[in-house]
Design a protein around this ligand. Structure first.
Ligand code: SF4
Length: 431
């Protein structure tokens, strides 16, 4: 039986989809690259904010329409799971009866239910490799859920409280990723700084990362989603002194107006965020700081917003994503007064990203003329698409090296940056 998974949402979802695809492949299903060719089509949905929910619903409706318009003799089973289902199970169940399998998150029972579909069991493939990222990239999820309860966020109500995955299974998974070709490990959770705190007082992330750095074949370890609340100068130095950990600091700040930091229930202060950024800039001058901001949070005033603009000018950041606040039912902020209109949110988002683009361009121009290590992600028409240590896969900048068809995905090479703009680099290969 042929199967395909459409994986929507965040890297945590990608890690889940990868695991499920591996389980299905090992129980005799055959992966197919398109929904059209599949007999079993699975959709891992995202239910985080309105845009993501609309996208998930759109994909579900397309899949159901595919099922309803198959050529004679063909059948298709549609399975839908993930965060959108967790949030709206009964609505989806009643409004889209064409879905064959509907469950929130995968468990052994669901897998057994699906694998029983496949009569030709036993034709399992040993190591199915990777389905959602190139083989040289491994996404390693280390925990489920979140306890931070930011007032705008539905994830704690979707994914539940923060639960660290046990170290043994994480190391085993990392070993499997390395054996199937991973050279770069992306360590993800809703907030990795909480790792171990649900099992005791201290964050035990440094000892876990130290063990990950010992895994043969892994050359780069990229740490993602470090909530400033759990970050200290001591924890940063413990983590970033570990061999193979990239000088890439992914710290979602969300806002810098003290009043909004509090209203967002971010459990931190502007002073603490500045202390962290200042330390990173002085102790890791060649590092890259990635962050995200939310504009248009209820009661955000022009002066709150101008604080954001001044902040990015005073503390230039290297990689920035920004989102308009999305009112999510079931979150505390949903009932907050003084909502900001969509028009104002949009204009603030545009102003912030325009201002940031100029800053990033300056930041990136500093790399021109420098020789950097890059990893090759793909080679097309003789040109290699690569990334520096400062760029996460499918999130940040890419570096293009022209006329080097001999390079292979997963290869590390030295390259001299010849051109830089806000979002991309051009480089020449250093032989
Ligand atoms: S840290 Fe905040 S924004 Fe991130 S998942 Fe947890 S509650 Fe949501």
């Amino acid at each position: 039986m042929k199967f395909h998974i459409i994986s929507l949402g965040c890297t945590k979802n990608t890690a889940d989809s990868e695991k499920i695809a591996g389980m299905l492949a090992q129980s005799g299903f055959t992966w197919t690259d398109t929904p059209q060719e599949s007999d079993l089509l699975l959709i891992n949905t995202c239910g985080f904010i309105n845009d993501a929910k609309e996208q998930s619903l759109g994909v579900i409706m397309e899949s159901v329409s595919l099922k309803n318009n198959l050529p004679a003799g063909r059948t298709l089973k549609v399975a839908v799971f993930g965060c959108l289902v967790k949030r709206y199970y009964s609505e989806i169940k009643s409004q889209i009866p064409e879905i064959d399998y509907l469950f929130d998150f995968f468990n052994e029972k669901n897998i057994r239910e699906l694998t029983s579909l496949n009569k030709q069991t036993g034709a399992s493939c040993v190591n199915p490799g990777r389905f959602f990222t190139p083989a040289h990239i491994g996404i390693l999820k280390i925990a489920e859920g979140c306890d931070n309860r930011c007032s705008y966020c539905a994830i704690p109500s979707i994914r539940g409280p923060f639960v660290s995955l046990d170290e043994e299974s994480i190391l085993e998974n990392a070993q499997k990723l390395a054996e199937s070709g991973a050279k770069e490990l992306s360590v993800v959770a809703q907030d990795i700084t909480r790792y171990g705190t649900d099992k005791g007082k201290e964050c035990t992330l440094p000892s876990l990362v130290k063990k990950l750095s010992k895994i043969k074949g892994i050359d780069w370890i990229r740490l993602h989603y470090m909530h400033p609340r759990g970050l200290t100068v001591k924890l940063i130095d413990e983590l970033y002194s570990i061999d193979k950990v990239l000088p890439y600091f992914d710290i979602p700040l969300q806002h810098v107006s003290p009043r909004l930091i509090e209203a967002m229930n971010r459990h931190t202060t502007l002073a603490h965020m500045i202390e962290i950024l200042t330390h990173i800039r002085s102790a890791y001058p060649h590092g890259a700081i990635r962050t995200t901001f939310i504009v248009g949070f209820p009661s955000e005033t022009p002066s709150d917003f101008n604080k954001l603009i001044s902040f990015i000018e005073d503390y230039p950041l290297d990689r920035v994503g920004a989102f308009m606040y999305s009112a999510e039912e079931g979150t505390p902020a949903y009932d907050f007064a003084r909502k900001v209109s969509h028009k104002v949110k949009q204009s603030r988002l545009d102003r912030l990203m325009t201002a940031q683009q100029l800053i990033i361009e300056e930041q990136n121009k500093r790399l021109v003329g420098q020789v950097v290590d890059v990893i090759v992600d793909s080679v097309e028409d003789g040109n290699a698409k690569c990334r520096t240590k400062f760029d996460a896969y499918e999130v940040d900048n890419s570096t293009t090296i022209h006329n080097c068809a001999s390079l292979k995905p997963g290869q590390f090479v030295k390259a001299k940056i010849t051109k830089a703009d806000a979002y991309d680099f051009t480089a020449e290969l250093i032989r």
